[in-house]
Design a protein around this ligand. Structure first.
Ligand code: GTP
Length: 343
């Protein structure tokens, strides 16, 4: 039996996504036509033995999130629950705080996924690697060029065993071209080092008299407090992938991720890609059109265009490399050339 946790952060996170995230919480921002974290949930739901998916964050459980959870549970026929942190607990604090819920039912292992990554999520391959040789922490890694690597968590591995020997989060000089994808498989034993960090933080706070102040003892940074601290001790391993991967931090990176996912739909969800139809708009490359959108027949869409719910695209509109958010209306100044505005 397996579980998965998606770390969705909260309103104070994802600042580079503003102002887009003021209207839609970042984890629900549409990427290739579906909410960002739906890609994670689809991947988790496909792993045989997946029992439950937990979203951990510090958003208020508002209407869009609740509606998304209800729809996702129905679609994937799986319990999908939101667990709200009482304060931002970092990338590891929520896992420790909600450990009883994660371990309820005795999962063999649980995936932990950052919400703001785009990937083909090679979860079955990670699980197979874990089953061949179980370790507390298995990190998904990919390669980046030297200058890009400085923006990520960098991993030095033993190339024979794939043990993580060193882990440095966003180093100032080059450390390794293997970077952390923010996609993990943890065994239940992984919670012991988290408990150790929690207890150490608590003792430190009592000693320096700062208990009760923020960040509290409950705040744990998986990357620095666990991966850096425990590398080279036989507990952390890396599984390398050459599949698609990118981070979604800004509007520009959401567009790039949308392009990767739309391209992948050719294999995974061809039904989501718009087709050329007689009397329909001109489609160039990969395009998603929400079934409720109205698109004029003289519009030219693509490549890499995703049209959201209830959108109206007028005559003569040309769009490429775009995500059009729900309810928007796009028209050319000249409309359809008849001088009348397109309805
Ligand atoms: P930045 O470049 O500063 O954004 O760092 P990063 O790329 O390492 O990302 P960060 O560690 O901030 O977040 C990684 C993932 O964890 C994202 O999906 C966040 O939404 C999520 N996350 C970050 N902080 C928290 C937290 O306090 N609680 C929860 N539940 N999730 C968090």
């Amino acid at each position: 039996m397996l579980k998965a946790v998606v770390l969705i952060g909260g309103p104070q996170k994802g600042t580079r996504f503003r102002p887009l995230s003021f209207e839609v919480p970042k984890p629900l921002f549409p990427v290739a036509g579906v909410p960002m974290i739906q890609h994670h949930i689809e991947a988790c739901a496909q792993v045989p033995g997946m029992q439950e998916i937990l979203l951990i964050g510090f958003y208020q459980p508002d209407e869009p999130l609740t509606r998304f959870l209800e729809a996702a549970q129905q679609e994937f026929n799986l319990p999908i629950r939101y667990l709200q942190e009482f304060a931002p607990l970092g990338t590891g604090g929520g896992l420790y705080h909600f450990r009883d819920q994660i371990l309820a039912g005795g999962p063999e292992a649980f995936f932990v996924l950052n919400a703001d990554v785009c990937s083909d999520f090679p979860l079955s391959a990670m699980l197979a690697a874990h089953r061949r040789q179980p370790h507390p922490f298995l990190l998904l890694g990919t390669t980046a060029n030297r200058s890009q690597s400085l923006n990520y968590g960098c991993i030095v591995e033993n190339p024979e065993t794939h043990e993580v020997l060193h882990y440095v989060e966003k180093p100032s000089t080059f450390v390794s071209d293997i970077i952390n994808c923010g996609i993990y498989l943890f065994s239940p034993e992984a919670l012991k080092p988290l408990r150790d960090v929690f207890q150490r933080n608590q003792q430190d706070q009592q000693l320096d008299g700062s208990s009760g102040s923020w960040p509290g003892a409950g705040t744990i940074r998986l990357e620095q407090d666990v991966f850096t601290a425990l590398s080279g001790q036989g507990q952390i391993y890396v599984h390398l992938t050459d599949g698609i991967w990118s981070q979604i931090k800004s509007a520009g990176s959401a567009l790039y991720a949308s392009r990767l996912y739309l391209n992948r739909y050719q294999l995974t969800h061809p039904e989501r890609l718009a087709q050329l139809t007689p009397g329909g708009p001109c489609i160039r490359g990969n395009v998603f059109i929400h079934p409720t959108a109205k698109v004029a027949s003289s519009a030219v869409l693509g490549p890499n265009v995703s049209i959201g719910e209830g959108v109206t695209i007028g005559e003569g509109v040309r769009l490429r490399e775009s995500i059009v958010l729900h309810g928007a209306t796009l028209q050319t100044e000249l409309g359809d050339g008849s001088g009348q505005k397109w309805p």
